[in-house]
Design a protein. Structure first.
Lengths: 232, 392
């Protein structure tokens, strides 16, 4: 831990079991903390618990044991309403399948992320346009997902993730559906986000992408196998 | 306020992005609301027509007929009754008729027993103005043809006898004597009993019956403001010796009663419309449940973006509400059109109460909200991580 810096997200002995039968221990007693503006890659074979770890970091799931602390608050003690507020204000997600709404323009897809935040409807479009500009899609504001390439769609998704200036951007296989060149461009965009002050956590199979990140956490069978940034 | 507007916009978006399915799922509500509006509208229009008829015909017509003697034997009105009645000051007109014991036939080859339930009636020239009737073809009896064997037919009688012309070529046989048809009446709303009659003048009636005929009904028009007062003295004026053997009636009461009555059939059809509305609501609920299954990815995404359970529930309830209200609005239009078309066909004034329109709309909205609850609950209960695992 850097000491002076309060971690953005901290896991303390966090476990996650999926109720069975059979009971699956997706994550076993994992402790780690993500510092402000830190760039972290999470790697590991399929079924090693990468996605579950990302869900815990993003409060999409609660730990069955241990603690997850975000913004100084223990997730276990928070209501659905409070957790939703944390996701709206502190966390941005990027998914492998983009999860864009087909009937909405790029701009409106980004605006969707602002619907659940306290922001005036009039400002939403301005802020969203700025986020799309940040990912290089200034000329594509009014295109629908169907009219955009895969890389462009993922850029829209990234704009949607960063539009609320979250403390952490969590990406689950962001280049998994893209060809190599496009994947590189997306990786570049994601790794550049820390200059905006956001922590970036990327779950990936792509070792090239992982190698670009200063810190790599390798999972195996639900536990941390290695962590290049671990400080005791 | 902002949340409300966002919810409305999201709901409209959800409906717009699958227009075909939205239209189909709203169809049930459309049919239900259309049925309710049309049934209420048609019943309203029919009532409006009755009331208009009443206004046109007036409620100041009274009839005087012989009652019964204490020993339940038939009695007659005195011959002087019409003249006496005319002396009551507010009485504007009093016209008497006499039912005759005579048969009317198309020609001499038809059996005398085969009367077709058409009665022969002696009438005075001012009968039509008293009962508010009018001529369809030809003319009515008047003094210029008194003494000639002429007959005028009520509308049903003319149809039954197959009389189409009144130019003097059509003749009927009344008690073995030829009479020329000179006129046919329109239906008489206040005296429908006369529609199956053949009218001849009192002088001809006297000839047929070998003597003067006593009046059997006196139609009395009074000053509209004094109807009850006249009604009260009619019996004793018509038959001063035996006022209890006179019966006095107000034919417009029957029309007024019909106008006031809520027909059971109307209630039944409104009930059917309500059933159809409920079925329509269930259709929407079904479609919404499927939509929730299909849109798990979207639900997961919105939860990841910070939507609360309540936001998700609101979105789906609002979508269901929009579907039902759109369906209901279409139903209002269809129901109104059906009412207008039917009234036009029946020559009624089109009348549709605001209560029916508002009621149909509110019923649709309530139905939509109820239909949305269960799907919305399912959507809100989805665990975010699980919802995101499903493909978009």
């Amino acid at each position: 831990m850097t000491g002076t810096d309060v971690p953005v997200i901290e896991l303390v002995d966090a476990s996650r079991a999926h109720v069975g039968p059979p009971v699956v221990h997706a994550l076993k007693s994992v402790s780690l903390s993500i510092a402000r503006a830190e760039q972290v890659a999470i790697v590991g074979p399929s079924g090693s618990g990468k996605s579950t770890l990302l869900n815990l970091l993003g409060t999409l799931e609660r730990p069955t044991d241990g603690r997850v602390v975000i913004d100084g608050r223990d997730v276990a003690a928070l209501s659905d309403r409070q957790l939703s507020a944390i996701r709206a204000q502190h966390i941005g997600f990027v998914f492998q399948q983009f999860f864009l709404l087909d009937s909405l323009s790029a701009l409106d897809n980004v605006v969707t992320a602002l619907l659940y935040r306290d922001i005036e409807p009039r400002q939403r479009r301005e802020v969203a346009a700025a986020a799309l500009d940040r990912v290089g899609l200034r000329t594509r504001l009014h295109h629908r997902p169907g009219e955009l390439s895969g890389g462009e769609q993922q850029r829209v998704a990234i704009a949607r993730a960063i539009v609320g200036h979250p403390a952490a951007v969590l990406a689950d296989e962001p280049t998994g559906n893209l060809d190599t060149d496009t994947g590189h461009a997306i990786a570049e965009l994601l790794t550049g986000l820390h200059s905006d002050g956001a922590s970036v956590v990327i779950v990936t199979h792509d070792l090239d992408l992982a190698a670009r990140m200063p810190r790599q956490i390798s999972l195996r069978d639900g536990t941390v196998h290695s962590d290049t940034g671990a400080r005791v | 306020m902002r949340r409300l507007r966002d919810a409305a916009r999201l709901a409209a978006l959800g409906v717009r992005s699958r227009p075909g399915r939205a239209a189909l799922s709203a169809l049930g509500v459309t049919v239900g609301v259309a049925a309710i509006v049309a049934v209420v509208g048609i019943s309203d229009s029919s009532r409006a027509d009755l009331i208009a008829q009443l206004d046109r015909l007036g409620t100041n017509l009274l009839t005087v007929t012989p009652g019964r003697s204490p020993s339940d034997e038939p009695v007659h009105l005195p011959d002087t009754a019409p003249a006496m009645i005319r002396r009551i000051t507010p009485v504007q007109r009093a016209s008497s008729i006499a039912q005759l014991d005579a048969s009317v036939r198309r020609n001499a080859h038809v059996s005398v027993a085969d009367t077709g339930a058409i009665s022969v009636v002696a009438a005075q020239p001012d009968l039509l103005s008293a009962v508010g009737g009018s001529i369809d073809r030809g003319r009515f009896l008047d003094s210029s043809i008194d003494g000639f064997p002429t007959v005028v037919l009520g509308s049903d009688a003319a149809t039954q006898l197959g009389i189409a012309v009144t130019d003097g070529r059509a003749q009927l046989v009344l008690d073995g004597q030829f009479f020329v048809v000179v006129g046919v009446l329109r239906p008489l709303a206040l005296a429908p009993e006369l529609d199956r009659s053949a009218f001849i003048g009192f002088p001809e009636a006297a000839t047929l019956s070998d003597g003067p005929v006593p009046p059997t009904t006196v139609y009395v028009r009074t000053d509209p403001d004094n109807v009850p007062a006249v009604q009260a003295v009619l019996a004793s004026t018509a038959n001063p010796a035996h006022p209890t053997q006179v019966s006095v009636a107000r034919p417009s009461d029957a029309l007024a009663a019909r106008a006031a009555a809520d027909s059971t059939l109307t209630a039944l059809f409104v009930g059917l419309g309500a059933v159809s509305l409920v079925v329509g609501g269930m259709g929407i609920a079904n479609v919404m449940v499927i939509a929730v299954l299909e849109r798990r990815g979207e639900i997961g995404l919105r939860r990841a973006l910070g939507a609360r359970r309540g936001d998700i529930a609101t979105q789906f309830v609002a979508e269901s509400l929009v579907l039902a209200v759109a369906g209901g609005a279409a139903g209002l239009c269809v129901g109104t059109l059906v009412t207008a078309a039917w009234s036009r066909y029946r020559h009624w004034p089109t009348s549709l109460s605001l209560v029916a329109l508002a009621g149909g709309m509110i019923a649709a909205a309530v139905m939509g909200t109820l239909a949305g609850f269960y799907p919305a609950l399912r959507a809100a209960r989805l665990a975010p991580a699980e919802a995101l695992r499903s493909p978009t």
